[in-house]
Design a protein around this ligand. Structure first.
Ligand code: TXA
Ligand code: MG
Length: 308
C-alpha cells in the first residue's frame, strides 16, 4: 500500500511501522525511541531472534543524543555520509533509544541514508528511525517497493522511492573499540575505510554469505548479573518474578493480557530493572513459543545459559 510522507509520519507517531526506500535496500522503519514500535518491526519481520537494528539519522550531530561520537566516527561520517555505511558506536548510558533496538547490547549501528525520500521522512518525523531490511526474516532484501509487499503483504504501508541504486545492504564497521572491525561487506570497501581511518580494519565478516557474526558470538551480550531461570511456575522466595499473562504475584509483568508484542517491547527494560541486588535471581514465567514468543524465548535462553 503506497502512502504519502504525511501518512507515514502519522503511522510512525502511532508507534507502527512503515517501509522506506533507501539507496541500499528498503527498510522497515519505526520510532527508535519506542519499545512498542520496535517490537512491531520484529513482529512484522517474523524474526526468531532479536538482532540489533540500524538507527537512521539525518544529521551527524544526532549521534551525541544516544552514542559516543569519537574521532573515527567523525572521519567516517565526513567521508561517507550520507551513504551506504553503518558505523557501530558505544551507546551512552542515558540513551533514549529503545533497548530492544540494540538487542540489549552496549553498542548501536547508525547511518545517514542517501535516498531523498528517506531523508525527507527522517526530517519531517524529526526523530531517529530504527530500520532493518523490509523483508520477512531469512528472505532476500527488497530493492523495489513491490518486493516489500510480496514479502510482508499488501497491507504494509510503503513510501515509493523507485529502485534502490546500491541494491546491497550497507557496509558495517564497528569503531566502538580501539580496533575497527568490518562486520558486513557492502558498497564501501575495507580499503576505503582503512585509508580514511588511517589504520587497519580487521575483517570479522563471515566469508560464506557476508552475514555478520551474531552479536552473541563476538560482542559482550547484555546478560543480567543475577542468575536467570526460565519457564518458572514456582518462584523462590528472594526471586524477582517476571510474569506473563494474569499473575498477581509478578514483580513486573511483560504483558498481563498475554500480548506478545507488548511483552517483546518490555523485555529488555524489565530485565534491566529486575537485575538489582535486592533480589537473588530472576524467575521468568513461561512464554508461549509462537510468533514473537520465539524471539523472546531465544533471548531468555541465552540470558539463562551460563556460557553466554
Ligand atoms: O543498508 C542497510 O543497512 C539497511 C537499510 C534499511 O539501512 N538495513 C539493514 O538492516 O540491512 P538489517 O537489520 O537487515 O541489518 C542490520 C545488521 C544486522 O546484521 C545486525 O547484526 C547489525 O546490523 N548490527 C546492528 N547493530 C549492531 C551492533 N551494535 N553490533 C553488531 N552488529 C550490529
Ligand atoms: Mg536484513
Amino acid at each position: 500500500m503506497i502512502i504519502s510522507v504525511l501518512q507515514a509520519i502519522q503511522i510512525l507517531a502511532s508507534q507502527d511501522v512503515v517501509a522506506v526506500p533507501t539507496e541500499t535496500v528498503y527498510g522497515l522503519a519505526a520510532d527508535a525511541s519506542s519499545d512498542l514500535a520496535v517490537a512491531r518491526i520484529f513482529e512484522t519481520k517474523g524474526r526468531p531472534q532479536f538482532n540489533p537494528l540500524i538507527i537512521h539519522i539525518w544529521d551527524v550531530q544526532q549521534i551525541q543524543e544516544f552514542g559516543v561520537f569519537n574521532e573515527a566516527v567523525k572521519k567516517l561520517a565526513d567521508a561517507f555520509w550520507p551513504g551506504p555505511l553503518t558505523v557501530v558506536v558505544q551507546l551512552k548510558s542515558n540513551s533514549p533509544l529503545s533497548k530492544l533496538a540494540s538487542a540489549g547490547l552496549p553498542t548501536i549501528g547508525v547511518r545517514i541514508p542517501q535516498h531523498p525520500v528517506a531523508l525527507e521522512l527522517l526530517k519531517a518525523f524529526g526523530k531517529t528511525l530504527a530500520a532493518p531490511s523490509a523483508n520477512k526474516s531469512g528472505r532476500i532484501s527488497p530493492t523495489e517497493s513491490h518486493h516489500v509487499s510480496q514479502s510482508l503483504g499488501e497491507g504494509i504501508p510503503i513510501l515509493e522511492g523507485g529502485k534502490s541504486t546500491v541494491g546491497l545492504e550497507s557496509t558495517i564497521v564497528d569503531v566502538s573499540y580501539d580496533q575497527p572491525y568490518l562486520l558486513r561487506h557492502g558498497a564501501i570497501l575495507k580499503d576505503q575505510l582503512e585509508s580514511v581511518l588511517g589504520c587497519d580494519v580487521l575483517d570479522k565478516t563471515m566469508p560464506e554469505d557476508g552475514k555478520v557474526l551474531s552479536p552473541g558470538q563476538m560482542l559482550s551480550h547484555y546478560a543480567p548479573r543475577l542468575p536467570l531461570r526460565i519457564n518458572v511456575t514456582e518462584p523462590r522466595a528472594r526471586d524477582a518474578l517476571l510474569g506473563f499473562g494474569p499473575m498477581p504475584n509478578a514483580t513486573l509483568n511483560l504483558s498481563p493480557t498475554n500480548d506478545l508484542v507488548e511483552a517483546a517491547a518490555n523485555l529488555f527494560s524489565m530485565l534491566h530493572q529486575l537485575d538489582s541486588p535486592q533480589y537473588q535471581g530472576i524467575a521468568v514465567a513461561p512464554i508461549p513459543d509462537e510468533g514473537l514468543g520465539r524471539a523472546i524465548n531465544d533471548r531468555l535462553q541465552r540470558a539463562a545459559d551460563p556460557r553466554n
